[in-house]
Structures are given as C-alpha cells and as structure tokens.
Design a binder for this molecule. Structure first.
Ligand code: ZN
Length: 420
C-alpha cells in the first residue's frame, strides 16, 4: 500500500501524451465532455460540496493502434481507495460470474488443481464462483472497505494495487496462478505495462489470463459516451490489446462476447506466440469494418453525442414544462457522466434511486441530487423515470412493474432518447 507521503507526491491528475497500449505519441482528442466531478465520489450525509474536485473529461484516439483513451488521467489513489461499486449489488452480475467461473474451470483447470487469482476482485463475487468449483482462490483489491468485505465473507483478499512486486509477493505466498482473472479492471488502469508485468510475475508457465471489459465497438455503435468517466481510462479493442500484449511476448488467443455492461469482450491471453481462434479473427475483422481505427469514426461519434444531448434536454424540458415530475433510476458512474455532461440537475430531476445501500442517503457527484432506495418510486410516484443504469434497463423495468402498472413511464437516454 503506498504511504500517505507517496500519495501526496503524485500530482492529482496529468495529461497523457503517449498511448498506453502502443506507446506512440499520436493521440488526438475528439470529444470534450467538460470538467466533471469523479463519477464515484458520492457526497456522504452532511458532507459539503465545497471541496468537490472536478477534472477534465476528454476522449482521445491513437492513430497508430486505434485505442480510445482519456486525455486527462486522475491519480488512482484518489479514485479507488474508498470505492463504492459493489459487484453483488446487481441481480445479474453474480449469476454471470458464477457461469464464468464454471466455464473457466472446465476449460482450463479440469483437474481442479492450482490457484485462481483475481485482480480488482471487488467483494469477491467472482471468486466465490470459483470456490464453489472447489479451487483455491486469492483476490487482490485496492479499495480498503471492499477488500474487508471480501475477507469477512471468506474470500482471501490482499489489499493492494496490482503491480509487478505485488504479483511476485502473491506468488511467493500462494504459488503460481493457473488462471488470473480481471473483470472490468483493465480499462481502469493507467500504467498497463506495470499491470502486465504483474501478470508475468504471478502466472504459471502454462497459465491463462482472462480479462473482461466493455468493448469499444459497443460504445461506438450504441453511442454509449457515458461509459466515459475518469476511472475508465481505456476503451479496449482486440487490435489495441494485441499491440500491448505483443510487447510482452504474450498473445490474445481467443475472445468471447458477453452481455454485461452493454456489450463486453472476454479476452484469453497466454505467454508466447499463439494461433488466434476463429472468434478472435472474426472480432478483428468486425473492428476493421466498423472503422474503429479511423479518426473519422470518432468525429461522427462526437457529433452524434452532441445531438443526443440536445434531444434529451429537449425531451426533459418539454415534460417539465407540462408539469410532469421526473426522477432518475440508478446512480451508476455512467449516469453521473451523462447528467453532468448534459447539465441535468435538480431543476429537471427531483432525485435519483439506486439499489446500492452504500449510495442511498448520499448525494450524486457534480449534480448533488439526493440518492434514495428504489422503494421511493412507489411512495412518491413521479410521472417519468430516466433510466441511467441503462445496461440493467430490463431488470429495472421488471422490478418496477407495479410502478408501471400505476401509470409510471420510463425514459431511456441512449442511443437516442425515447419514452418506453
Ligand atoms: Zn496506440
């Protein structure tokens, strides 16, 4: 764990001039989402908004490897030491993780011998799935509060940021890892070289790294600009992953598309040169045909995002002028990007509701909207609910069938605002 002095020595944020995947200096910005508060820095009860820090949120493109990434990087110690996102909060994610674990064990550890390590293991949700398959596990999680939850729940968890030194130390204590998993973490890491060196330090010779992250294609196709927030520094594609792992003599040998977080890809990586599977070849071809490595694609994306903001604000203002009452469902990181970029605050939404008890009773960063439990919707019955956690829209609308039955309506903001 870095000492307090080490934390203070680092600047709070800096402007990135080299691509973290291929190290070129060919970064061009295409979308400025403004100065926004950190999307997971909720204001606790009684906490003043006066000290709230805002950082530039701008999206850039690397013309060499096609990677999309943030131009301004905020120090991880500011963002991840007291993290509020807990995997188990959603109904969908634990089921998805249990399935992932079962599949991975059957494919790569049929003898059930060996160790599974997970970086950014959160509350141990995925590792519990592996424990259920009878394999040894260890988590590595930087958030103090969440690592404690995992340890308390019986999932051995090291409270650290993952680095080469930490990888080596975990190997010493637990042995080499047959599998290293990382779900929704790789896109959050600024210094990926250090992270990959950590994999090499911990991974068994014939071990496999499995990383799952939202795919750049989904963001571009579905105009999911709100998946941009300071924690999320990279928007990954196979083409850029190949560049990164190739520099460390590792290969992405297979991929699998998965449904969580609005379209993710699971990447399978091992040491040395390996043949690409048919699925990996197909994904590379798809990335090419979508124009993911052409700057023009992102110029169009930026123009469409500006149009979305205009349309959404038009819709919300019209409903408000008709005397309707509006609230927001979900206070996810992406919701805070969307609200702050569009300029939606207390003048349009009365409050937000969220299932996470860690968020209830807080105020959302930037907009300072109060966050309540979802039960509030049935007590208060606003006319319209803007779904900010749109990746769980089906789950939310199913759970809120009573609210809908009594006349409540939902608004989905992306890819174009519409009432459902
Ligand atoms: Zn690059």
């Amino acid at each position: 764990m870095p000492s307090a002095e080490a934390v203070l020595e680092r600047p709070e944020s800096y402007v990135r001039v080299t691509c973290r995947m291929c190290q070129s200096r060919e970064l061009k910005c295409f979308l400025d989402l403004g100065d926004t508060a950190l999307a997971n820095s909720f204001l606790k009860p009684g906490q003043s908004a006066a000290g709230e820090r805002k950082f530039k949120l701008d999206l850039c493109f690397c013309s060499v490897c096609g990677q999309v990434q943030l131009g301004t990087v905020v120090a991880p110690e500011i963002m991840f030491r007291d993290y509020i996102y807990v995997s188990s909060t959603s109904d969908t994610i634990p089921k998805h993780f249990a399935e992932c674990a079962r599949e991975a064990v059957e494919r790569f550890m049929p003898s059930r011998q060996g160790l599974v390590a997970e970086v950014a293991s959160n509350d141990g949700c995925l590792l519990k799935g592996f424990q259920a398959c009878g394999v040894n596990v260890v988590g590595i999680e930087p958030a103090v509060n969440i690592a404690k939850m995992a340890n308390d729940a019986g999932v051995p968890t090291v409270n650290e940021f993952f680095t080469e030194a930490v990888g080596a130390r975990v190997r010493e204590q637990y042995g080499p890892a047959s599998l290293i998993c990382g779900n929704n973490v790789f896109a959050h890491v600024d210094d990926l070289d250090e992270f990959v060196k950590g994999f090499l330090a911990l991974l068994a010779e014939d071990g496999v790294v499995i990383l799952e992250s939202p795919h750049l294609a989904e963001m571009v196709k579905k105009l999911e600009f709100d998946t941009a927030y300071h924690e999320h520094v990279s928007y990954l594609s196979l083409r850029a992953m190949d560049r990164l792992f190739g520099r460390f003599d590792m290969s992405v040998f297979d991929v699998r598309k998965t449904g969580v977080h609005g379209g993710s890809v699971r990447y399978f990586i091992r040491r040395g040169r390996a043949e690409k599977s048919e699925a990996a070849k197909a994904l590379l071809a798809e990335e090419g045909s979508l124009g993911l490595h052409r700057f023009g694609t992102y110029e169009r994306f930026a123009a469409d995002v500006q149009a979305l903001r205009r349309d959404l604000m038009g819709l919300l203002r019209r409903l408000k002028a008709e005397g309707k009452r509006l609230a927001g469902y979900g206070a996810p990181a992406k919701g805070n990007t969307l609200l702050q970029y569009c300029g939606i605050g207390g003048d349009l939404l009365d409050y937000l509701v969220d299932k996470s008890s860690l968020k209830q009773g807080t105020r959302a960063p930037g907009t300072h909207l109060d966050v309540f439990s979802p039960e509030k919707l049935m007590q208060d019955r606003p006319d319209y609910v803007l779904i900010l956690a749109w990746n769980f829209a089906d789950e939310i609308m199913r759970q809120q069938s009573e609210y809908r039955a009594t006349g409540g309506r939902f608004i989905l903001p992306v890819p174009s605002p519409r009432i459902v």
